[in-house]
Design a binder for this molecule. Sequence first.
Ligand SMILES: Nc1ncnc2c1ncn2[C@@H]1O[C@H](COP(=O)(O)OP(=O)(O)O)[C@@H](O)[C@H]1O
Ligand SMILES: [Mg+2]
Length: 273
Amino acid sequence: METQDPGQRTAMEELLARGELTVRGRIREASNAVLLCDVAHEGVTAACVYKPVAGERPLWDFPDGNLARREVAAYLLSEATGWGLVPPTVLREGPYGEGMVQQWIEADEAAPEASLLALVEGEEAGEGWKAVGFAEVGEGRTALLVHADDPRLRRLAVLDAVINNGDRKGGHLLPGPGGGLYGIDHGVTFNTEDKLRTLLWGWAGEPLTDEALDVLHRLGGELADGSPLATRLAELITTAELAAVRQRVAQLLADGRHPAPSGSWPAIPWPPV
Ligand SMILES: Nc1ncnc2c1ncn2[C@@H]1O[C@H](COP(=O)(O)OP(=O)(O)O)[C@@H](O)[C@H]1O
Ligand SMILES: [Mg+2]
């Protein structure tokens, strides 16, 4: 699989980083300021989101740096895996100051989110699905929360374990055009403490795939002190957080398994969608 030299920018990164940014609107339901924009450079235009640092709601458990930088760091790690799970994301100045700018992913009408997550009656996930846990669905009834047994989600579960994602909910899974799947909203990541909150617990405790083991081995090497990737990450997250990334990669390789929830109940984000 192609991986990107962290020193080299792709054409999309170049456009996002250097293009002229025009704000088109604001995404209403977002908890932080999320601005829908156009970015234009040398006759090429793309839709993107711009999240200015100034629009971030402070979080007591993420006192260092800012969410925008964590989002860019998550993109760099996704690129280092070669899995391309995070839309191109850069840090830059915009009309409201520094922020992250990320390529907009057009929703794939043919692949709704319902193809990834479901609530089912009974105790079994069923063929092609993986069980997450039981959820209250009102009127004293519970249902089994399941996600698709999909190799793209499985890769994302590994990336989330590496970046320590605290918010992998349904709305942060975007099936894109051409069979792609993207994860978005990586502001609450890279904490030094275990914050993994995700819907993708279906493989908890199962052996990692050979592909994931290969990727993690390579990633461990690419994160070495002074490497191009480590140098870029050091501008985005703290020294302790970077050390914790290395530690999580080493732990995944030592276990050879997908992480399992530490409590009796899997840590899932709230609300889950
Ligand atoms: N790159 C993107 N492509 C398509 N839609 C996006 C993208 N980034 C954000 N969105 C949309 O905007 C909403 C809010 O963005 P999100 O990153 O979740 O912000 P917040 O930090 O406020 O939760 C998402 O739920 C999604 O619908
Ligand atoms: Mg969100």
